[in-house]
Design a protein around this ligand. Structure first.
Ligand SMILES: NC(=O)c1ccc[n+]([C@@H]2O[C@H](COP(=O)([O-])OP(=O)(O)OC[C@H]3O[C@@H](n4cnc5c(N)ncnc54)[C@H](O)[C@@H]3O)[C@@H](O)[C@H]2O)c1
Length: 309
């Protein structure tokens, strides 16, 4: 029998890779997306596309897998739309959990490393509970993710639903939104470098992140979604390599052979100082390891951006 997958946010960067992979594996795929953060249509013709807000979506179809990815992950975007941001990761999570429960489906939730906030343990393991301001400007995103994780576990404990939670850490690659301030750090630096414009670093550039190429992310996510026996697992999907934002800017200039200069802007409010993933659990549960170096991944993304623009 053909397996059926529902992907919310399936027109977005990460969702579109999952949709493509599932279609290649012979799945039937339904995508729900309101196109709020999309600059183009990524959904292949073989998938059914429903343009709708996830918090308003209902469906009687039976699914084998439900993946909830709909969100506004760019800080500039979610700070401008805090209410919509909270709704897709509260009501939207409830709606999709109900669909999974009715279908007895495996439910995958795309949470975020943002649940850790300004973590004091680096690399951060899954059992670090987080240091998050519940009323700060980032709380619409961080607390939406934290609430959704709690709701997933409530559905697991009360109804026995097979839920799996992933916490991605700064995934990047082709198809990422690169427009203006909404682009996250890698597509923003790459577009600036390719256009010969100044690279804009927020703060002093000593804040760190760890970056994961999208093909590596897809491999881990597909295993987390489809491997039997992973119910109620919470897994970091990221890289343990910590990189200063200033070093990233310099590497982008190197790989694009750009003559752009680096300029410094005021720091972003409540920007976490350090971030890197402890991937011990992903290594053991998913037999997974990131394989793409940052330099290699940046080159591939730069080539895509040059072709796309
Ligand atoms: N890319 C990363 O590095 C990263 C890191 C941590 C977590 N995540 C999470 O992974 C998921 C996918 O992120 P992405 O990078 O692909 O982002 P994206 O912005 O490219 O994709 C999100 C998609 O969700 C859609 N969407 C937003 N609000 C919606 C709503 N209310 N109803 C229906 N559709 C809606 C958008 O139109 C978009 O197509 C998100 O939940 C995000 O929080 C991503």
């Amino acid at each position: 029998m053909v397996e059926r997958l529902l992907v919310t946010g399936g027109n977005g960067f990460l969702g579109s890779y999952l949709v493509e992979k599932a279609l290649n594996q012979g799945f039937e795929v339904v995508v729900v997306d309101d196109l709020s953060t999309s600059s183009c249509i990524n959904v292949p013709k073989d998938a059914k596309f429903v343009r709708c807000k996830v918090e308003e979506f209902s469906d009687d179809t039976r699914y084998d897998f439900v993946a909830h990815f709909a969100a506004r992950p760019s800080p500039e975007d979610y700070m401008k739309h805090p209410v919509e941001t909270m709704l897709s990761n509260s009501l939207g999570t409830l709606r999709t959990l109900e669909i999974a429960k009715r279908s007895n489906a495996v439910y995958l939730y795309a949470s975020s490393s943002e649940v850790y906030g300004d973590a004091s343990v680096i690399p951060t393991p899954e059992d670090y509970f987080g240091y998050v301001n519940p009323v700060g400007v980032r709380s619409c995103y961080d607390e939406g993710k934290r609430f959704s994780e709690a709701l997933c576990m409530a559905y697991h404990r009360q109804f026995g639903l097979d839920v799996r939670i992933e916490r991605p850490f700064n995934v990047y690659g082709p198809r990422m939104r690169a427009d203006g301030v909404y682009g996250r750090v890698i597509p923003r630096f790459l577009s600036q470098a390719l256009a010969g414009k100044e690279l804009t670093v927020h703060g002093d550039g000593n804040q760190t992140r760890s970056f994961l190429f999208v093909h590596d992310w897809l491999e881990a996510t597909w295993t987390l979604l489809t491997k039997p026996g992973l119910s109620a697992q919470v897994v970091n999907i990221g890289s343990p390599n910590e990189v200063k934002i200033l070093e990233l800017a310099k590497l982008v200039i190197k790989v694009t052979k750009s003559s752009s200069k680096i300029v410094f802007l005021p720091p972003r409010p409540e920007d976490p100082r350090r971030r890197a993933a402890d991937i011990t659990r992903a290594r053991s549960l998913l037999s997974w390891e990131p394989r793409t170096s940052l330099e290699e991944g940046l080159k591939t993304t730069a080539e895509w951006l040059s072709r796309a623009s």
